[in-house]
Design a protein around this ligand. Structure first.
Ligand code: PEP
Ligand code: CO
Length: 434
């Protein structure tokens, strides 16, 4: 379940063997550095901002789309530096976010049953037999796209992607539509200070972005792909998944005795695991203890992140029990909130969407619940894009269900658009810093 079945095993073996010869996409020292920073986030000394598409598409590997994603994440991180007064760890959901779990292995339309669409790294979304056939050679196409994406991001970051010193040039026209207009305006005015503040605490000039760090992450769902890029490296112990810095286990594949936990157990990378409302609060201790025992036996700082994604309605019921369950193991994890996946709904026209206010409410509640439980929220995980799509409702412009038709591009989950993302960053930054 949740994994594609490849009809041609020989082709799968050949494709995996070829992939295993290719150079890594990231290095072990970058991975170790991120792990150390995540460990500091777990201590409240940094804050994680993780975001990107629900699923990248091969055709989205373009200069414009990559630039837009990097830009929104960097801008959000600046807003958050200012509000939280903490260094922000920036992690993209990109450079490999091509595989999607599906609750049903097949999809039936008009009496025709075909394999589900498992993301571009597996098959194609069009509903015909050839498109839906899982093709292992697409793993190589996915590796290539990931490599092109990361190459461009490294070049942009390394070359001084200098769009940051001048918030007055950001696309901030929407600010005036917001009930928070005056607060935003003063925040925008202060962003110049934020840049200087960031320079002070990092000791790095933003004008010289060459050492600003940007990491990648994706759901490590397709084990054939992940395994082919998992390697030993000289002068280090153990195995590194060199397809990404920070792989995570999705909610649907998070069983303590499942294949994904078994695979990730053997990695040296920092790893995350999604925790959703499927586990009753009273069962959390017995569910979480084996996960922590298996994935985090040595309590290594930064090693394990729990990404909770309960939804605005359920977070108050579940989160205190999760915090308590982790505490009872005596080991430390980094808590991150994904306010997207528990807040998905369908419009009356059947469009999958999320409300800005539900997303915000889950975040605000999470921050507060952690505080009340003597814990702290150490990061946020968003599905977002730097483009002007209409996939989530609400935000300063008050997008409605009817507006969603205009620019809905995601093949899977709805993302915050550029304006909504920046607004969200502004709204939560202060709360975290309070
Ligand atoms: C996702 O992150 O796109 C996803 C499928 O999330 P979850 O595993 O939390 O449902
Ligand atoms: Co999603």
């Amino acid at each position: 379940m949740h994994q594609p079945v490849y009809p041609d095993q020989t082709a799968l073996e050949e494709a995996a063997a070829e992939l295993a010869e290719f150079p890594p996409l990231v290095t072990s020292w970058e991975i170790e550095r991120l792990k150390q920073q995540l460990g500091e986030a777990a201590e409240g000394k940094r804050f994680l901002l993780q975001g990107g598409d629900c699923a990248e598409q091969f055709k989205g590997c373009t200069s414009d789309q990559i630039t837009a994603k990097l830009k929104i994440l960097l801008q959000m991180s600046l807003v958050m530096v200012q509000g939280t007064r903490l260094p922000i760890i920036r992690v993209g959901r990109l450079g490999g976010q091509y595989a999607k779990p599906r609750s049903s292995p097949t999809e039936t339309r008009d009496g025709v049953e075909l394999p589900s669409y498992f993301g571009d790294i597996v098959n194609r979304p069009e509903f015909d037999e050839q498109s839906r056939r899982p093709d292992p050679w697409r793993m190589l196409r996915g590796y290539e796209r990931s490599s092109l994406t990361m190459n461009f991001i490294r070049a942009l970051v390394g070359g001084g992607f200098a769009d940051l010193h001048h918030p007055e040039y950001w696309d901030l026209g929407w600010v005036e539509h917001s009930p928070h207009a005056s607060e935003y305006q003063s925040m925008v005015n202060q962003l110049g200070d934020a840049v200087r503040f960031m320079e002070t605490i990092t000791g790095i000039s933003v004008g010289n972005l060459s050492r600003v760090e940007f990491y990648t992450s994706h759901e490590a769902l397709l084990l054939e792909y992940e395994a082919a890029l998992t390697r030993m490296v000289p002068r280090r112990d153990g195995w590194y998944n060199l397809s990404t810095h920070f792989p995570w286990i999705g909610m649907r594949t998070a069983a303590a005795d499942g294949a994904h936990v078994e695979f990730m157990r053997g990695l040296r990378n920092p790893i995350a695991i999604k925790i959703g409302p499927g586990i009753e609060p009273r069962n959390l201790k017995s569910a979480v203890t084996p996960l922590i025992d298996t994935l985090h036996p040595d309590d290594e700082p930064g090693r394990l992140t729990f990404i909770h994604r309960y939804g605005a309605e359920k977070v108050a019921e579940h989160l205190p029990a999760l915090i308590e369950a982790v505490r009872s193991t005596g080991r430390k994890v980094l808590f991150v909130c994904d306010p997207m996946h528990g807040n998905t709904r369908s419009t009356s026209a059947g469009i999958k969407t999320r409300r800005f206010d539900d997303i915000l409410m889950e975040l605000e509640q999470s921050i507060e619940i952690h505080r009340n439980c003597d814990s702290h929220l150490g990061g946020v995980h968003f599905e977002l894009t730097g483009e002007n799509v209409t996939e989530c409702t609400g935000g300063a412009r008050g997008l409605t269900d009817d507006d969603l038709r205009e620019g809905y591009r995601s093949l899977v989950d709805p993302r915050l658009n550029y304006e909504q993302s920046l607004e969200m960053a502004m709204l939560i930054a202060r709360r975290i810093g309070d």
